[in-house]
Design a binder for this molecule. Structure first.
Ligand code: AMP
Ligand code: MG
Length: 409
C-alpha cells in the first residue's frame, strides 16, 4: 500500500502530452487552445464611425447650435463595408454610417440627430458643435497588431469563439482530447429503466463517469457494462488497450472472490504501478500503463469511484490538455469535526461557503459510507486530510477541493 502523495507522483510521471489538432471554429467549443492567438490586424482596423452621422472638421462646427446652425457642403457617403478615398476640405462634410471609414481630413462625427438629416440636398445644417475625436473609433484602440489576444491553454467559451471570429480565424489549433474508455463491472448491475430484483443494484457509476469525463474535457470512445467474468473482461479490455489513452474501470478490483479486474489487466500485459493506496474511501485503487495508455481500476463503491476520479483522473485529463483544474484546492476552516485516520488519507464530500467576513468555511457530510452517493448531492467540494493522530476539530484548517460545476453557497 502506498501513500496518496506517492500515488499522485507516479501517475503524474506517466502523463504524456497528446499533441494538437486543427478544428473548425464551429467545432472549437470547450476545446483548449494549443497556441497563443496573436492579432494579425489591429482592432479596429481603421478609424471608423461609432454612430450614424456626419464626418466633419470640428473647427467648422464651432459655435453651432439650434438657433444658429452651421451649413456644410455634403460631398459624399461613407458606409460600413465600402472603402472610400474621400478627402474632406474645410466647409465640407460626409454622411458617415456606423462602421464607415472616417474620410481623410475629418476629425469628428456629428450624430444625425444633431443635423438637418440624411437628405439628398447638397448642404447640411449642423446644430451642435463637435468635439475632436467624438464618436470616432480609433484604429488599434482595442487591440494592437501583434498583441496576444488569447493565450494558449485557454478553454474556448463563447467569448473566445467571438474573438477568434473577430480576427478571422477559421481553423483553430487545439489540444487533442484524451480518448477514454469507461467500463463498469459487476454481476449485480442493472440499467436504469429496468425492473430490479432483490440483490441487484442500479448501475450509477457509468453515468457519473460519463458526466465527469465530459466535464474534464475528454472524449469517450468506448463504454461497456461487464459481468464479473474473466473472458468478458479480457475481451473488452484488450480492445480498449488498443484504442484508449485512458481506461477507467469500476468494481472488481478489491479482495472479493469474483474480483478479476487486476488479474486481467496484468494478464493483458499492463504494467502495474500500484494497487492499494492508503486512503479512505478508495483503498483498492489500481494504476497501470501499457504503451502510452493509462489504466485506472477504481473500486465500485459510488463515493470511492467518484472521489478517485476527481483526485486521480481529472488532473490527468486537465494536465494532458494544459488546462486549468476542474477542482481547485483551497484552505478552509471547519465548522464541524473531521474524522482523521491514523494511517489513511481521508476524503469526504462536503459543503463550503464564504461567510460575511470573507472567510472560507466548510463542513463535511454526515453520510460517511462509501456507498452513500447521496452525500454528494448537497456538496460542492471534497474535503481531505492526510493521516494524523488527532481528529480535526471545528475551527481547524482543512483542504477543500471545490467542484467547479457547483457554486460556493
Ligand atoms: P466492488 O468494487 O466490485 O467490490 O463493488 C463495491 C460495491 O460497489 C458493491 O456494493 C457494488 O455493488 C457497488 N458497485 C459496483 N459497481 C457499481 C456501479 N457501476 N454503480 C453502482 N454501484 C456499484
Ligand atoms: Mg464487484
Amino acid at each position: 500500500m502506498i501513500s496518496v502523495k506517492k500515488a499522485q507522483l507516479i501517475i503524474s510521471k506517466n502523463i504524456r502530452p497528446l499533441g494538437f489538432e486543427s478544428v473548425l471554429l464551429n467545432n472549437a467549443r470547450n476545446r483548449i487552445l494549443s497556441q497563443d492567438i496573436i492579432a494579425n490586424i489591429p482592432m479596429p482596423q481603421f478609424d471608423n464611425s461609432a454612430m450614424d452621422g456626419f464626418a466633419v472638421r470640428a473647427a467648422d462646427t464651432k459655435g453651432a447650435n439650434k438657433s444658429s446652425p452651421k451649413t456644410l457642403m455634403m460631398v459624399g457617403v461613407s458606409s460600413a463595408g465600402v472603402s472610400n478615398d474621400i478627402i474632406l476640405h474645410p466647409g465640407e462634410c460626409v454622411q458617415c454610417m456606423t462602421g464607415g471609414k472616417i474620410p481623410k481630413g475629418a476629425d469628428s462625427i456629428v450624430i444625425v440627430e444633431n443635423s438637418s438629416g440624411f437628405l439628398d440636398s447638397k448642404t447640411v445644417k449642423i446644430f451642435k458643435e463637435a468635439k475632436i475625436g467624438e464618436h470616432i473609433r480609433k484604429r488599434g484602440e482595442e487591440v494592437q497588431e501583434g498583441d496576444v489576444v488569447i493565450s494558449k491553454g485557454t478553454c474556448i467559451t463563447p467569448s473566445e469563439i467571438g474573438i477568434l471570429a473577430t480576427f478571422g480565424c477559421e481553423k483553430i489549433s487545439v489540444m487533442i482530447k484524451p480518448k477514454v474508455g469507461i467500463f463498469v463491472t459487476g454481476n449485480e448491475l442493472i440499467e436504469p429503466g429496468h425492473k430490479i430484483k432483490l440483490g441487484q443494484i442500479y448501475n450509477s457509476n457509468f453515468y457519473v463517469f460519463s458526466e465527469l469525463v465530459e466535464q474534464s474535457g475528454a472524449e469517450i470512445v468506448m463504454s461497456e457494462v461487464i459481468k464479473d467474468d474473466k473472458d468478458s473482461l479480457q475481451k473488452s479490455f484488450s480492445t480498449a488497450l488498443q484504442v484508449c489513452d485512458i481506461i477507467i474501470s469500476s468494481g472488481g478490483v478489491s479482495m472479493g472472490r469474483f474480483d478479476y479486474v487486476r488479474e486481467v489487466y496484468n494478464e493483458l500485459g499492463v504494467q502495474e504501478h500500484f494497487w492499494k493506496v492508503a486512503q479512505k474511501p478508495g483503498k483498492p485503487l489500481f494504476f497501470g500503463t501499457m504503451g502510452t495508455s493509462l489504466i485506472f481500476g477504481l473500486p465500485g463503491n459510488p463515493v470511492s469511484s467518484f472521489i478517485c476520479y476527481m483526485k486521480y483522473i481529472d488532473p490527468v485529463i486537465q494536465n494532458s490538455q494544459n488546462k486549468k483544474r476542474n477542482s481547485e484546492e483551497h484552505q478552509g476552516i471547519l465548522t464541524k469535526d473531521f474524522p482523521v485516520d491514523s494511517k489513511k488519507h481521508r476524503y469526504l464530500f462536503g459543503k463550503s461557503w464564504i461567510d460575511s467576513h470573507g472567510k472560507l468555511l466548510c463542513t463535511p457530510t454526515s453520510k460517511m459510507g462509501s456507498h452513500m452517493l447521496t452525500a454528494s448531492l448537497r456538496s460542492n467540494c471534497i474535503l481531505e486530510s492526510p493521516p494524523g493522530k488527532h481528529e480535526l476539530k471545528a475551527g481547524d484548517k482543512i483542504t477543500i477541493n471545490l467542484l467547479n460545476w457547483r457554486k460556493f453557497k
